[in-house]
Each structure stands twice: as C-alpha cells, then as structure tokens.
Ligand binder design. Structure first.
Ligand SMILES: *[C@@H]1O[C@H](CO)[C@@H](O)[C@H](O)[C@H]1NC(C)=O
Ligand SMILES: *[C@@H]1O[C@H](CO)[C@@H](O)[C@H](O)[C@H]1NC(C)=O
Ligand SMILES: *[C@@H]1O[C@H](CO)[C@@H](O)[C@H](O)[C@H]1NC(C)=O
Ligand SMILES: *[C@@H]1O[C@H](CO)[C@@H](O)[C@H](O)[C@H]1NC(C)=O
Ligand SMILES: *[C@@H]1O[C@H](CO)[C@@H](O)[C@H](O)[C@H]1NC(C)=O
Ligand SMILES: *[C@@H]1O[C@H](CO)[C@@H](O)[C@H](O)[C@H]1NC(C)=O
Ligand SMILES: *[C@@H]1O[C@H](CO)[C@@H](O)[C@H](O)[C@H]1NC(C)=O
Ligand SMILES: *[C@@H]1O[C@H](CO)[C@@H](O)[C@H](O)[C@H]1NC(C)=O
Ligand SMILES: CC(=O)N[C@H]1CO[C@H](CO)[C@@H](O)[C@@H]1O
Length: 381
C-alpha cells in the first residue's frame, strides 16, 4: 500500500463487521487441488476487508510461506474465487506470491489474477477514489542515490539525487538493470477489465475529498473519481512531492522507451509480477492472465497552495480520507470477477478472445517475444 496522512480515515474499516469465514472442519471439504478461476491479491488488511465483505468466502486455506500476518487464503463456496493478502512492500509481496505459486494445494495454470490495491495518484490523471488499470509496472527506486547536500553544489541541474545503474547522470538510460524494472501486461485483458469497471457507479468519497480536489488545477484531480488506463510504479521508498514525482515519471517513461504513462504509485506490483513471471516461466501460472488495479487513496503531490511546504502537507493533507479508494476495490473489480465466472467456458478458459496483442513480460523477454523497451543486451551489474 501507499497511504499518506496518518491512518486518519481508517476508522470506518476498523469497524467493519465480522468476516463470514469458517474453518474447514474435515479433510473431505477440500478439493484435492484448488483451481480458482480468479485470484484477488491484496497487500494489507484494509484492501482485503472490502472484498471479504463483498463476497462470501467460507473456505479458509492456511498456506505455508505466506506472511505471518496473513497466513490464510480465503475461497468462496465453489473454490472458483480466492483471496490472498501478501503483506506490504516488495519483499513481502514477492515472497507470498512465490509461496502461493509453489503450493501443491493450488493449480493456478488457468487462473486470472486481479492485483487489487490502493496507491497515490498523479493529479493530471486521477483523483482520490479513481480506479487505475496498468499496462506497465515500473520499479523506480532500483537506482543509485545520493543525498541533496552532496549534489546540489556540484551537480546543479540534478533534481532528485537518483541516477541509473552503470551511467553517470539522471538523463541517461541505464547501462545495466536487475531485470525487474519493467513489466508489461496483457493489454486486451486490461482493456476488458476497464470496459467492465466503467459500467459501475464508483464511490465518490467524502465531502472533504470534494473540497480537497478543488485545491488542484488539473481537470482530472478536480473531477469525480473515474476509471483510468495508466501505469503503476513500484517503490519500497514511499516518496512524495513534485520533484520526485517529476523525476520518477520521467524515469518510468525512459525505462519503457517512452510508452509508460505513470499515474499510480505502489510498493508491491513489480515484486508480485516478478514472482508471477518466474511462475509463468515454469508453467505454473499464465502471465497473460494478470490484471493490476490500483485505486487512488491520496495525491502524490501537494496542491499549489501548499507546495511551499510539502512535508507539512504530507503529514497533514486534510484530504478527507481514503474511504473511496478502499470501497472502489470491489466496486470496480467485481464486474471483472463476475465476467470471468459467467463466461468461463466461452471466453476465459482458452483465453483466446482477449489474447494479448502486445508484448507481455519483463525487460529480458523471459517469456518470449520482443519488448519495445529495454536493450538487446545490458552490461553485467
Ligand atoms: C483459518 O484457519 C486457521 C488454521 O486452522 C485458524 O487459525 C484461523 O483462525 C482461521 N481463520 C478464520 C478467519 O476462520
Ligand atoms: C493443472 O490444471 C491443468 C488444466 O486443467 C492441467 O492440464 C494440469 O495437468 C494440472 N496440473 C497438475 C499438476 O495437476
Ligand atoms: C546538466 O549540466 C551539465 C554540466 O553542468 C551538462 O553537461 C548537462 O547537459 C546538463 N543536463 C541537462 C539535462 O541540462
Ligand atoms: C515494474 O513492472 C512494470 C510492469 O508491470 C514495468 O512497467 C516497470 O518498468 C517495472 N519497474 C521496474 C522499476 O522494474
Ligand atoms: C458518483 O457521482 C456520479 C456523478 O454524479 C453519479 O453518477 C454516481 O451515482 C455517484 N456514485 C454513487 C455511489 O453515488
Ligand atoms: C505557504 O503558503 C501558505 C499560503 O500562502 C502560507 O499560509 C504559509 O505560511 C506558507 N508556508 C511557508 C512554509 O512558507
Ligand atoms: C490476454 O488475455 C486474454 C484474456 O484471457 C487471453 O485470451 C490471451 O491469451 C492473453 N494473451 C496472452 C498473450 O496470453
Ligand atoms: C530503448 O532506449 C534505449 C536508450 O535510448 C535504447 O538503447 C534501446 O535500444 C531502446 N529500446 C528499444 C526496443 O527501442
Ligand atoms: C507490512 C507487512 O506486511 N509486513 C510483513 C512482512 O513480512 C514479515 C516477515 O514475514 C512479517 O512479519 C511482516 O508482518
């Protein structure tokens, strides 16, 4: 997750009612191997709660290797939809996803994954409560960094102190990469999820959200929440403000050779996608069946009236809370879940209808194909 302004607005979710979950009482309740049609992936409890309220998940499958905070996977009556909470940050997300993918209790070869989390939103594309669906995920903090005090006199035109591996300034494409910097997802499937999400009434948020939106100049920020096609970036480092926003936006564009349009932050997606890439390479999941949805809990940048003190704004954004971001996870994601369930035999089983027409996978073409980003070879780091 990435949620600013203290956990201010979370009281509503803490009061959420008891979950409709019971333990397995006997082994005969378990299918020998669970093959869900859809897996909803959340990163922390406030993202999971609205899903667990929106659907009945009577089955509790304790799975080795998950986060100790979230050791159980929940499945609906028919085991056609399951939910996992990974824990937050890149390390927790990749560990949990790998554990799930290697669990002998699940067969995920035909499963559709809906990564469903909240993130900070870029005001030129989103507003609080907006729902974003990504084609690209870019890991932005995997770079060199030096502190402000040590570059400001010697490198006056550097803005952020970050620069790419193997090069000597922030404007040059990296000479080497670790390989998790960029993932490209199945665009046809993403577009289907967007088309479905556009049919629902989103939660518009609180009165204070409405006041806060009008502090921004951008049309998207001032408007009511909407469903948007734009890209997510991942960073364990929870950054904020205009300088890093501009730098990471330019970096995401550079790393995808000008194609990614970053609009939402996250702390996990590249990590989960790296695990799914490896699992896909091993034939255990289908990377073409992954959708990344991030709803917007807060802005990545201060409004102009508070841009003279970004730290004070971030610590007390007076934004009206993140309730719409949490509420909109199942509101915007459920039509996709239902579409997969209702049209399994005709559309989703073979996956041909929404077969990707774009490249899918990472910078190294691990899953085959030819990316329109990256280089044919990188130096060894
Ligand atoms: C799920 O099962 C585990 C292990 O049996 C148990 O500790 C846990 O309380 C159960 N959770 C729920 C929500 O029923
Ligand atoms: C997983 O399910 C697929 C599709 O039904 C099947 O072809 C495959 O054999 C199963 N894998 C295992 C290990 O059972
Ligand atoms: C930054 O300054 C350096 C030297 O002072 C110059 O070589 C470089 O072109 C400048 N970069 C940009 C993007 O202005
Ligand atoms: C993270 O993954 C996304 C695609 O899912 C990709 O576009 C992005 O470049 C990746 N970021 C990094 C820094 O690897
Ligand atoms: C949010 O506002 C829009 C536009 O006024 C409206 O159509 C929609 O019904 C509202 N959503 C809810 C949940 O009331
Ligand atoms: C920033 O601007 C606001 C509004 O003009 C003003 O009230 C505040 O004192 C300023 N803060 C700083 C740190 O200059
Ligand atoms: C993209 O998703 C659609 C819908 O499931 C599927 O039909 C298609 O095969 C996927 N693309 C790839 C390259 O797997
Ligand atoms: C992406 O940009 C880099 C740096 O300019 C370049 O070396 C590389 O060839 C480009 N990749 C593609 C696929 O165009
Ligand atoms: C924030 C979060 O989810 N942290 C978890 C990351 O993983 C460690 C080790 O498994 C857990 O203890 C944390 O709770």
């Amino acid at each position: 997750m990435r949620l600013s302004g203290a956990a201010a607005s979370l009281a509503f979710f803490m009061a959420a009612s008891a979950l409709p979950i019971s333990m397995f009482n006997s082994k005969r309740d378990y299918p020998p191997v669970i093959s869900p049609k859809v897996f909803v992936i959340n990163m922390f409890e406030y993202e999971a709660k609205p899903w667990l309220k929106a659907m009945d998940f009577p089955n509790n499958v304790t799975t080795p290797g998950l986060s100790p905070l979230y050791p159980d996977i929940y499945c609906n009556e028919e085991f056609s939809v399951c939910e996992m909470t990974t824990g937050e940050g890149e390390i927790n997300a990749s560990g949990s996803m790998t554990a799930l993918g290697l669990s002998p209790m699940f067969n995920l070869t035909q499963t559709y994954f809906l990564i469903s989390g909240i993130g900070g939103g870029e005001p030129q594309f989103t507003t609080m409560g907006s729902v974003t669906f990504a084609k690209y995920a870019v890991q932005v903090a995997l770079q060199y960094q030096v502190s402000y005090q040590e570059f400001i006199t010697t490198n006056k035109n550097w803005t952020s102190g970050y620069w790419g591996y193997g090069v000597s300034d922030p404007w040059t494409y990296p000479a080497n990469v670790y390989g998790t910097e960029v993932f490209e997802l199945n665009e046809s499937l993403r577009d289907r999820a967007v088309e479905l999400a556009e049919t629902v009434d989103l939660d518009n948020g609180t009165d204070q959200n409405a006041v806060n939106r009008l502090l921004y100049d951008q049309d998207a920020a001032r408007a009511l929440p909407a469903v948007v096609k734009c890209d997510v970036l991942t960073s364990d480092n929870y950054f904020t403000g205009n300088v890093l926003g501009d730098y990471f936006s330019a970096y995401a564009s550079m790393m995808t050779n000008g194609t990614a349009q970053y609009c939402s932050t996250a702390q996990e997606d590249n990590a989960s996608l790296e695990a799914l890439t490896r699992l896909s390479q091993a034939g255990l999941v289908d990377f073409a069946r992954v959708v990344v949805m991030r709803t917007i809990s807060d802005f990545t940048r201060p409004p102009p009236s508070r841009a003279n003190d970004t730290v004070a704004w971030f610590n007390d954004p007076q934004s009206g809370g993140a309730s719409a971001a949490f509420a909109n996870l199942p509101i915007a994601g459920m039509p996709f879940v239902e579409d997969v369930l209702n049209n399994w035999d005709t559309i989703y089983l073979t996956g041909e209808t929404y077969a990707p027409k774009n490249y899918i996978g990472d910078l190294f073409a691990t899953l085959g194909g030819e990316p329109n980003f990256g280089k044919t070879s990188f130096e060894v780091a």
